[in-house]
Design a protein around this ligand. Structure first.
Ligand code: ATP
Ligand code: MG
Ligand code: FE
Length: 355
């Protein structure tokens, strides 16, 4: 099926067009620059930016793929989780489009979309990646989420194993960058600063990793204690009149985040006997995270799949890909009886499925 996907859950206005499992276009307009001076995404600003960016993004995606709007077989949209006001813009546009085109509408889960992104991957020769094998453990890390999932079937069975109890990993990067005086978004800045630092210079805490914490939280994450530890460490330095070694702090902080993420993901692989790990979300841009995951996974016989970065950050193609899978699995479209659900659980892969 030829599917047009709309994604507006955060600060990216994403329009994607896929045919079956083939990516035809992936157009992204981001309002990130508008949020930079606030040090984080401002919901009201994001919603307004989606409203302005949607129509040109749809036109650009159609032009890039050489597809006419009337050729589209189905429209797909993120109904949650995400920022309510931002989601509403995409949901409204998708309903209008589906009604006017008289085409089915698939309202889907953003997090499951991140997993579906992998289906669109192709190698350097343009050859399609082999299909996703089941079950697979998926680690999704972004500015809004840090989730560990067990995927038995993308269209029908996704289980939440664990998630962050406080800050998302990307959010921790952004907050620590801010307290080190680095600009937003902090992830790339910390990454750059860490390149010349010593990852073992400072022993920052690994949240929820002690045996005593692990009881009910084996696969859960916590990054606010780490952020506080970095703040306290740098404040003590400053109080003593000593310079803050930014590179060492950045490298040690990054190492603590990466260590916890990889350790918990591989624990899930081991516990469930799943030799496959899928990575997704904008924080996957972090080279150190990818390198450590691939290296430690290999030592345990786990293969790692990482979609290209353009499919890891928020985009519409992954939403179209998920809908395409649902259609190929024979699932009925959604009714129009749904809205934006900012806390949609990951187990709800599609919402308002018609009877
Ligand atoms: P959502 O949570 O809905 O997916 P988001 O916009 O917060 O939305 P992404 O766009 O996927 O998430 O990712 C952005 C986050 O990734 C930011 O927090 C940013 O700091 C982080 N990030 C980007 N590059 C890097 C990097 N090299 N290292 C670590 N973090 C990074
Ligand atoms: Mg973003
Ligand atoms: Fe996302």
């Amino acid at each position: 099926p030829l599917v047009l996907g709309i994604e507006t859950s955060c600060d990216e206005t994403g329009i994607g067009i896929v045919r079956g499992r083939t990516l035809l276009s992936n157009t992204i307009a981001s309002s990130m620059d508008e949020h930079a001076r606030y040090g984080g995404v401002v919901p009201e600003v994001a919603a307004r930016a989606h409203l302005e960016a949607l129509e040109p993004a749809i036109r650009a995606a159609l032009a890039e793929s050489g597809v006419a709007l009337t050729d589209v077989d189905a429209v797909a949209v993120t109904s949650g989780p995400g920022l309510a006001g931002a989601l509403m813009v995409g949901v409204g546009a998708a309903k209008a489009l589906a009604v006017s085109l008289e085409k089915p509408l698939y309202a889907v889960n953003h997090l499951v979309g991140h997993i579906a992104a992998d289906i669109l991957s192709s190698d350097e020769h343009g050859d399609q990646a082999p299909p996703l094998e089941y079950p697979t453990v998926a680690l999704l890390v972004s500015g809004g989420h840090t989730s560990l999932l067990l995927v038995r079937d993308l269209t029908s069975d996704v289980e939440l194993l664990g998630e962050t109890m406080d800050d998302a990993a990307g959010e921790a990067f952004d907050k620590v960058a801010r307290l080190l005086g680095l600009p937003y978004p902090g992830g790339p800045e910390i990454d750059r600063a860490a390149a010349s630092g010593d990852p073992n210079a400072i022993a920052f805490p690994r949240g929820l990793s002690r045996a005593s914490d692990m009881a009910g939280h084996r696969y859960d994450f916590s990054f606010s204690g780490l952020k506080t530890a970095v703040a306290r460490w740098t404040e003590q330095r400053q109080a003593a009149g000593e310079p803050v070694p930014v590179a060492d702090v950045a490298a040690s902080f990054r190492e603590a985040v990466v260590d916890v993420l990889v350790t918990k993901a591989l624990a899930a692989c081991r516990d469930y006997g799943v030799p496959r790990l899928l990575l997704g979300g904008g924080v996957i841009a972090n080279r150190r995270l990818r390198d450590v995951a691939i290296e430690r996974a290999a030592a345990e016989g786990v293969t790692v799949r990482v979609p290209p970065l353009s499919l890891c950050t928020d985009n519409g193609a992954m939403i179209a890909a998920l809908a395409s899978e649902l259609i190929m699995a024979g699932r009925p479209a959604s009714t129009l009886e749904f809205g934006a659900d900012s806390t949609l659980p990951v187990t709800e892969i599609q919402v308002a499925e018609s009877a």
